[in-house]
Design a protein around this ligand. Sequence first.
Ligand code: C5P
Length: 245
Amino acid sequence: MNTNKLIVALDVDNAQQARELVAALRGVVGMFKIGSQLFTAAGPSLVREIISSGERIFLDLKYHDIPNTVALAGVEATRLGVSIFNLHALGGNEMMERTADAVSECAQAEGFTRPLVIAVTVLTSASESTLRDVGYHAAPGELVPRLALLAEASGMDGVVASPREVGTIRSAVKSKNFVVITPGIRPKNTDQADQKRVTTPRGAILAGADYIVVGRPILEARDPAHALRKILDEMESSAANTVTI
Ligand code: C5P
């Protein structure tokens, strides 16, 4: 089964609910994602607890601050033992470069596995008009490959982006190993909610995503384990398909 590519977002407000989800879904997902809601509610001890139970964690705190602060936050994420953490590419070259260097140094000096450092390009909830309102006069389709290239040049291991942008990212960056993580996944017949640039699990895999992140379609399902299995089946059928889009 194509489980390693699936990251489940633990977007809940307390540690107990997160533990129950991990218990129900463990063994069939590649990684669990802890974002700002759960991290603010339950803190780093829950991250340590889930990692010591044998699961991998993507710490999705989307750092965006002065270079020194983000680099030092990255060091703490490394010490927590997360497999992936992220920051906003809009924080710029120096912020990304200093973080990548600090993380490598810490991992080497203190004996930790170096986490993947991933840059958020443009949030999948942002449309062209969202960008225009904050002063960016470029469509997501133009901004995303530009930020992906900057992220790669700044030592990032990959990006988070809409599944619709995987193709332009792959053409923009130089490394074939550049990781693309895609949220904004909606299985057929599910609510799009606030996500604007969405696609199906199958569409994301066919487009060349390395990982897909799924939150509400699993968390809000009456039976999360069943919803998860349906998504995995869909991913599996696309993995068997050789067509690329
Ligand atoms: O519930 P849903 O499947 O929309 O959840 C998507 C998850 O991915 C959320 O946890 C959200 O914070 C995260 N995410 C995103 N867009 C990005 C980066 C992360 O939706 N660009």
